[in-house]
Design a protein around this ligand. Structure first.
Ligand code: CO8
Length: 259
């Protein structure tokens, strides 16, 4: 079925797919259907051997202005429990391919959380990151209190979550929330450039390396080092490792097949 609220381009650039949030009138507010569409598209692209990296973008004006407040306003706690949106968010988090958020304009509430669920963030100069849920009587629910705190530290995260104030792209870069900030006309192209450079690598190694970096957020050092070591050994089971090292020795570019 054709999605209604997103645009999917499997080969936006060679080996790089694009998912574009497309609810412009509502500043890409994340209603349930939009999130289901994003999760379904990611599952499909994750299975597509021609795709090696994925860019998730909004528009110049808004990456996403948060969960859809109008859809949530009248819900009870039990409605929220039964709808269980977080299963969808968990499935997004399980994407194995490198996922890069291209953020311009508002990345607020669930929008900021969605960007932080990605592996890297390229921001335009106009990007604003914030967790304003407190202003509407609630709090972040899709990982904001955890990922923001790990990314920018407790004091700054606490201030953002408790006051609802946003930070600019420049502040986000300074505090390590985003990879880089570029002029607004270039944010998507820069995300493609970054995705394209990842897409040239061995997809097997990229998947194992991504898993290992994510472990750093989920466990203690000893366990993380153990996990990294196992994945490192596992790369030696791939043809790509043989090809990569042979190419280095033979002074030629590597041709990675993803096996
Ligand atoms: N939900 C629904 N509609 C929205 C949202 C939203 N989050 N944000 C903007 N819109 C709509 C507006 O209602 C408006 O629609 P209409 O023209 O029909 O009135 C349209 O988008 C344009 O918005 P504005 O006229 O307000 O545009 P401005 O440029 O004046 O302001 C802002 C832009 C500052 C982004 C402003 O719209 C705003 O403050 N939006 C809400 C931001 C917010 O509070 N986000 C957090 C939402 S709660 C959340 O994300 C919780 C996540 C929990 C986990 C997720 C799983 C459920």
């Amino acid at each position: 079925m054709t999605p209604e609220f997103i645009l999917v381009t499997p080969q936006a650039r060679p080996r790089v797919a694009l998912i574009q949030l497309n609810r412009p009138k509502e500043l890409n507010a994340l209603n349930l259907q939009l999130m289901q569409e994003v999760a379904a598209a990611l599952r499909q692209l994750d299975q597509d051997p021609e795709v090696r990296a994925i860019v998730l973008a909004g528009s110049e004006r808004a990456f996403a202005a948060g969960a859809d407040i109008k859809q949530m306003a009248g819900r009870t706690a039990i409605d929220m429990l039964l709808i269980d949106q977080f299963t969808i968010w968990d499935s997004i988090r399980r994407t194995t391919k490198p996922l890069i958020a291209a953020v311009s304009g508002f990345a607020l509430g669930g929008g900021c959380e969605l960007a932080m669920t990605c592996d890297m963030i390229v921001a335009s100069e106009t990007a604003q990151f914030g967790q304003p849920e407190i202003r509407i009587g609630t709090m972040p629910g899709a990982g904001g209190t955890q990922r923001l705190t790990r990314a920018i530290g407790k004091a700054r995260a606490m201030e953002m979550v408790l006051t609802g104030q946003s930070i600019s792209a420049a502040e986000a870069a300074q505090h390590g929330l985003v990879n880089r900030v570029v002029p607004v006309g270039q944010f998507l192209e820069e995300a493609f450039r970054l995705a394209g450079s990842v897409a040239q690598m061995s997809p097997v190694a990229a998947r194992l390396a991504k898993e290992s970096v994510n472990r750093a957020f989920e466990t203690h050092l000893d366990e993380g080092l153990h996990f990294e070591r196992k994945n490192f050994y596992l790369t030696f089971a791939s043809d790509d490792q043989k090809e990569g090292m042979a190419a280095f020795v033979e002074k030629r570019p590597a041709d990675f097949k993803g096996r």
